[in-house]
Design a protein around this ligand. Structure first.
Ligand code: 0X9
Ligand code: ZN
Length: 424
């Protein structure tokens, strides 16, 4: 039997096998690079997007339009083939991160150093990165020592880990409007879990007496966080593969593991910007809400239907505040109201340290992505103020943002969220 493979994609088939050999031991990214490409034409943009959903090449960012950059992670073995495919379509590239292995080692060293130096009486040092178990221990400790905080085991992951929601409420019987957060749906985006933990810590230690603005925001809203929405993926990113993105579902008929949970929601499920291929980083899974992790988020937000004033999904990286729609370039009817709210948030965020941010609908600012949380919360749960925030940076460190930037990232993000909550 002759299998016809498009020339440009045929040369990429060998990539699919590379990952298979890396299952048992920790993935070594020595010599891996991130290359940056800036497409100049619509046709080149389309080629990049087709390349992503038809291969297992790991795209770190994508271009929504010409003149916006795309970052691609390449191994030493795949580099030449990818470069050639780009060149065949008239695109040059620059080497943006020269050695991901070095970056990974530096990250581990800085985490270890901070651990050695940390001396505080909390269950964890919220200014450092932490494992799934450490974050769970922190939440349990907080719930048992702070009367504002309660935790709920809302579901169980593919591998049997608990998916926990933490609620901060000054009066649980008051049924206040809710500020709702999911964090680290994408496992490698460590800064998102660290930021959510830092914000939880800041709210709980700032309430009643020490911080008037926080006290007012807690009196007005209940705050709910799923600090680790993808526990298996996150655990895998610590133990085995720092750059793991998806959950850890076994895909039947394939050796490639994982579903992209941010492609597994019903809004536009299976459409543009998602992939049917199990080896793709944007694999959408067999059906909408096929994964226990997405089912859990869906059940949690549905349980609070009518009360969720704002729902925010925390991602990294790119420095963007994004609204619906994500699965199309159409704009929601409430878009002017959303733009005002995003502006309030972004203005306060940028005013903190001058970190540049852009905002707008995902389909116009970033790229089309189907089956995302943000569209689901907006379209099916009626949450007008449903957003995705892509935290720091813009690609210098990418997903491996140094621990030394946790506090500044969390501080500016929290300033943005406070201003946004006060504006809506
Ligand atoms: O592609 C994604 O899932 C997000 N980017 S990431 O680099 N963190 O993977 C963007 C999703 C944007 N979605 C919505 N605004 N709904
Ligand atoms: Zn993400």
């Amino acid at each position: 039997m002759k299998i016809h493979v498009h020339r440009s994609f045929g040369i990429l088939l060998p990539f699919m096998f590379l990952r298979l050999f890396s299952i048992a031991t920790k993935v070594d990214y020595s010599g891996h690079m991130v290359i940056r490409v800036v497409p100049q034409t619509e046709e080149q943009v389309k080629f990049l997007s087709a390349l992503e959903s038809s291969s297992s090449i790991d795209f770190w960012t994508r271009s929504v339009a010409a003149n916006r950059f795309t970052d691609i992670h390449v191994s030493p073995e795949s580099y030449n083939r990818v470069a050639r495919a780009l060149l065949e379509h008239g695109m040059n590239h620059k080497i943006h991160i020269a050695n991901l292995g070095v970056l990974g080692k530096e990250e581990q060293q800085s985490i270890a150093l901070r651990r050695a130096l940390a001396s505080n009486n909390k269950a964890i040092d919220v200014e450092n990165y932490h494992t799934y178990e450490e974050i769970m221990a922190y939440l349990a400790d907080l719930a048992s020592t702070n009367p504002l905080v309660s935790t709920l085991v809302a579901g169980t992951s593919v591998e049997g880990r608990q998916i926990v929601q933490a609620t901060i409420s000054s009066d649980r019987s008051a049924n206040k409007p809710i500020a709702w957060f999911d964090c680290i749906i994408h496992a490698r985006e460590w800064i998102t879990a660290a930021t959510c933990v830092w914000i939880i810590d800041t709210i709980t230690s700032g309430y009643a007496g020490t911080d008037a603005e926080i006290t007012a925001l807690v009196d007005q809203y209940d705050w709910k966080f799923v600090p680790v929405a993808n526990p298996d993926g996150y655990a895998n990113s610590w133990s085995n593969d720092r750059l793991w993105r998806k959950n850890r579902a076994i895909n039947s008929g394939s050796a490639c593991v994982g579903v992209d949970l941010n492609r597994n929601f019903p809004s536009g499920f299976g459409g543009e910007g998602s992939s049917n291929l199990p080896c793709s980083e944007t694999h959408h899974g067999v059906s909408a809400l096929s994964e226990p992790e997405s089912q859990t988020l869906d059940a949690l937000i549905a349980a609070d239907r009518g009360r969720v004033k704002a729902a925010i999904s925390m991602h990294s990286y790119s420095q963007l505040w994004l609204s619906s729609y994500s699965y199309s370039s159409a704009l929601p009817v409430e878009y002017p109201e959303m733009m005002n709210a995003m502006k309030a948030g972004v203005d306060a965020l940028v005013a903190t340290y001058g970190t540049p941010y852009e905002y707008g609908s995902t389909g116009t600012v970033l790229y089309i992505a189907s089956g995302t949380t943000t569209d689901h919360y907006y379209e099916n749960e009626g949450v007008v103020h449903s957003y995705t925030i892509e935290l720091r940076d813009k690609g210098r460190y990418g997903f491996q943002l140094p621990a030394s930037q946790i506090v500044s990232t969390a501080t500016e993000t929290w300033n943005g969220i406070k201003a946004f909550m006060n504006a809506i």
